[in-house]
Write a protein that binds this ligand. Structure first.
Ligand SMILES: *Cc1c(COP(=O)(O)O)cnc(C)c1O
Length: 378
């Protein structure tokens, strides 16, 4: 039974270029999911492809204890891109691993064990990260998970003040919840999270696996509020489609991180892809572009379908449309009638996470399609 953990889609894909995907018979799709935000520069971006090809032909892999130029360049690109004070880089292979590392580092550096996480939050599916993930459906079959995790309502400052205490190793949360429905916290919430953790001597872990790499209009979403965590985790679009994750850590975390590692940490091919992706995103000012196109998309969506849906919310090119009927029906119509591929976030939210290279013409196509699909609904 191959592929038994996921439901297969009725579309066979063969090729990708920029914001477009193509099926085996040449049918074209506008990609508004980027396969979970993993292609910020669009599919088969030439700079990234060349970097991967060049490295693949020289040296595919050596363990991280041998210095190699590709890893040094990836680390340097991440150090340069990191919020000030988070220049200690640990590379890994996925988002869940980045969070797993962050939780371990925080426990080691604080000597405490309690972890505070948020309702509707998503941090991954390995046992540690899963213990901080909210949805019962993901957790229940695997209980008991690691103990000492307390969930608080997302966006509630008073609840944070109650939960984060002297026994707390870490507070982990997303600057904007992705999987949980594209939920933005009230202004000042991240600053309150920063203040509460600092007072309690706990680590603030911001999970930017989905919000990072320019998607929200800044390279990291925490920059909108000028809040710097103790650990920032990123993955998804980090290597424009190759498996990669990173934990960017403050000195006090890096200095007493314990003993953690992974065989494939910072492999040369993935490192070459990280360097090419991040450098291109920064050089081409992709975060600002994503912010502008995202604002345009959101404004046009409000005008076209604002009355047909419950709510439109988002930040940059991370947009959630809470529909009145099920999200899956809308996603199916978008794909089959309009050749637009998007994602759900729970049962009622249609989630758009297109490549950041999307332009206003692409955005218009999405708005027209959604107007057609949703227009008849109310
Ligand atoms: C996808 C996601 C993860 C998990 O990343 P994987 O690479 O699938 O392990 C963690 N946190 C957030 C916010 C995510 O969106």
């Amino acid at each position: 039974m191959s592929g038994f953990v996921h439901a297969e889609k009725p579309i066979r894909l063969e090729r990708g270029e920029g914001v477009h995907l193509y099926g085996e018979s040449g049918d074209e799709y506008l990609d508004c999911g980027a396969s979970y935000a993993c292609a910020p520069l669009g599919h088969t971006h030439s700079t990234v492809t060349e970097a991967i090809r060049g490295q693949l032909e020289r040296l595919t892999f050596v363990q991280a204890s041998y210095p190699v130029a590709a890893r040094e360049r990836a680390n340097a690109a991440l150090e340069a891109a990191a919020p000030e004070g988070l220049e200690n880089v640990w590379l890994c292979n996925s988002g869940t691993e980045a969070n797993e590392a962050a939780l371990k580092f925080a426990r080691s550096a604080t000597g405490d064990s309690k972890i505070v996480a948020t309702m509707q939050g998503f941090h991954g599916r390995t046992m540690g990260a899963l213990a901080t993930t909210w949805k019962n459906e993901y957790r229940d079959p695997y209980e008991p998970l690691i103990g000492d995790v307390e969930f608080v309502p997302y966006g509630d400052e008073a609840a944070l003040a109650d939960a984060v205490d002297d026994e707390t190793a870490a507070l982990i949360l997303e600057p904007v919840q992705g999987e949980g429905g594209i939920n933005r916290p009230p202004e000042g919430y991240l600053a309150a999270a920063r203040e509460q953790t600092e007072q309690a001597g706990a680590a603030l872990i911001l999970d930017e696996v989905q919000t990072g790499m320019g998607r929200t209009g800044e390279l990291w979403a925490c920059e909108h509020e000028g809040v710097t965590p103790d650990v920032l985790t990123t993955a998804k679009g980090l290597a424009n489609g190759l498996p990669a994750g990173a934990a960017l850590c403050a000195d006090w975390i890096a200095e007493s991180h314990g003993s953690h590692n992974s065989t494939f940490s910072g492999g040369p091919v993935v490192s070459a892809a990280i360097d090419a992706t991040l450098s291109t995103l920064v050089e081409e000012e992709m975060p600002a572009h994503a912010g502008n196109v995202g604002n345009y998309l959101e404004t046009e969506l409000r005008a076209a379908v604002g009355d047909d849906v419950r709510e439109i919310r988002g930040m940059g090119l991370m947009v959630g449309i809470e529909v009145k009927c099920g999200a899956n029906r809308v996603l199916r119509d978008l794909a089959l009638d309009h050749s637009i591929l998007a994602l759900p976030a729970g049962r009622s939210v249609v989630r758009l996470l297109p490549p950041l290279v999307m332009d206003e013409t692409d955005a218009d196509r999405v708005v027209d399609a959604l107007a057609s699909v949703l227009g008849g609904e109310s």
